[in-house]
Design a protein around this ligand. Structure first.
Ligand SMILES: [Zn+2]
Length: 173
């Protein structure tokens, strides 16, 4: 992927293909940390914060394979997932009984190129021992959205260019 350039569908220029995308921490979390928003924020563990004890904001890795990349690279997107407290409570009750627990949540922000109207429901594993995993990785996307299909089947380098263009110019589709 090192020297891959593509012609941008939006501005017509050549850009460098990016296979690592990190979405910024949600405004809500920034506002609470900066004192602009009054809410209780508890850090549960690395990448997991609880807001007002009602839901958690979790940073997780969404990896999509690139089917025609000779280097076998993949698109790694760090996204922010909202997990309701009852879901965390359910997971907590399973601690000790199961090695890894499947937790469901929703991606909190739009992913340019993919449809804004879709609620991206995801699931990921939480291990009992936080030290065993450096990051939480999404292992499934629920539903039939284009993102869910691409997650399952992978994308081409051409499509990565389209996703990059949309992101670079912050276009919804
Ligand atoms: Zn461009």
């Amino acid at each position: 992927m090192t020297n891959n350039q593509y012609k941008c569908q939006v501005c017509g220029e050549m850009h460098q293909l990016q296979s690592l995308i990190q979405f910024p921490q949600p405004d809500l979390v920034n506002d609470i940390l900066a004192g602009r928003e009054k809410a209780q924020l508890d850090i549960l563990s690395k990448g997991i914060v609880m807001i007002n004890r009602t839901f958690a904001v979790v940073e997780s890795l969404l990896s999509v394979k690139i089917v025609d990349d000779p280097d076998d690279d993949q698109l790694d997107m760090y996204v922010w997932v909202k997990v309701e407290s009852k879901e965390l409570l359910r997971a907590k009750q399973l601690f000790g009984r199961e090695e890894a627990i499947v937790v469901f949540g929703t991606i909190m922000h739009p992913i340019p190129f993919y449809d804004h109207k879709d609620d991206f429901e995801v699931s990921f594993f939480i291990g009992q021992d936080d030290n065993t995993k450096d990051e939480l990785q999404i292992h499934s996307l629920i539903g039939e959205s284009q993102l869910a299909i691409d997650f399952k089947e992978g994308i081409t380098l051409d499509k990565l260019g389209l996703i990059n263009s949309a992101l670079l110019h912050l276009l919804p589709v």
